[in-house]
Design a binder for this molecule. Structure first.
Ligand code: ADP
Ligand code: MG
Length: 300
């Protein structure tokens, strides 16, 4: 198979491991900086051009699209879809997952467990918004934040009101969410490939930190999921239409709640915490499905 990894940085752990896993399994792997691709959108012969040459005979694409380049990155993925190349995640699903609000709206419709969450435009409605989510303590999040940046815990309604006013004053879009205190600064990352949870880890925030992000100094260990957690994670990935996904859960007093769904989950934390060859499992999934674009059927 000829595999293209769409990634801006060949030296990132995830990109390196995917290349290694592909080559170990006898495939040709090319790492492509998607911002340097350009597209020919001619009738009947869509093409992607890279370094002056059209990319031909690619069998499968692994998109690793960064949060800052979703628009162009997903356009490149879509172009490969138009060429009937099998993609690890479809462009639509990547865009859908990128927006935290859209993601929660989709999950809520399916009845998947979520922290109680509110969203509003005007600061005139703050009081009502706080009432919906049950008052302080609350978590306030920038819609486009990642790695824990722009996630704030407010202990009182006054503090929450000030933070909401400050963010809105900057015209930032924010979510207001019930604080799941009983999670005790930990969350569970479920790594899903083709409708199966292939690995899971628990991330614990640094002492005194409610955010469990590894970038904020959290540490990760292997964890065994309950059947309820497993099925919640699978339902979330399915609802988002993601073939490869990282679903983050909090262990709340009312069962597992989904915090976010990631379409390009990192491999370093999960492989190191579990000792599993997750990159190899992604390549294996491509092997099984590479012909499905022609047959219009995905095997999980
Ligand atoms: P990011 O996309 O920046 O990672 P998240 O929504 O995942 O933002 O929040 C970052 C971290 O903050 C989570 O991993 C979790 O540990 C903590 N957190 C977020 N929302 C809540 C909440 N409602 N209750 C408790 N902890 C939360
Ligand atoms: Mg997160």
């Amino acid at each position: 198979m000829k595999i293209a990894i769409l990634s801006r940085n060949a030296s990132l752990y995830s990109t390196r491991r995917l290349r290694e896993a592909g080559e170990e399994r006898g495939h040709t792997v090319q790492i492509i900086d998607y911002l340097r691709c350009y597209m020919d959108i001619t009738s009947y012969s869509p093409q992607v051009i890279y370094q002056g040459q059209p990319l031909v005979d690619i069998d499968a694409v692994i998109p690793r699209i960064g949060a800052t380049h979703t628009f162009y990155g997903t356009a490149v993925v879509r172009q490969f879809e138009m060429m009937d190349v099998f993609v690890g995640n479809e462009s639509q699903a990547i865009s859908r997952a990128r927006d935290k609000l859209r993601c929660l709206q989709i999950l809520s419709k399916r009845g998947i467990g979520l922290p109680v969450t509110g969203f509003a435009h005007s600061t005139k409605d703050i009081e009502g918004l706080l009432r919906i989510v049950g008052g302080a303590p609350l978590v306030i999040k920038l819609l486009e934040g990642t790695q824990g940046i722009g996630v704030v815990l407010t202990e009182t309604d006054q503090a929450a009101t000030s933070v909401i006013e400050a963010f809105r004053g900057l015209d930032a879009n924010i979510l207001v969410q019930e604080f799941i205190a009983e999670a005790k600064g930990a969350d569970i990352r479920c790594f899903i490939i083709g409708g199966k949870v292939v690995a899971a880890m628990k991330r614990q925030g640094a002492p005194g930190e409610f955010r469990s992000n590894l970038h904020r100094g959290g540490n990760a260990t292997k964890v065994k999921l309950t059947p309820d957690e497993r099925s919640t994670a699978l339902q979330a990935a399915k609802a988002m239409g993601l073939r490869v996904a990282g679903v983050d859960l909090l262990r709340s007093a009312h069962g597992p709640v989904v915090m976010e769904v990631n379409s390009s989950p990192g491999l370093e934390g999960i492989e190191k915490a579990t000792g599993l060859d997750v990159a190899g499992k992604i390549v294996e999934f491509l092997e099984k499905n590479v012909d499905s674009t022609k047959k219009d059927r995905i095997k999980y």
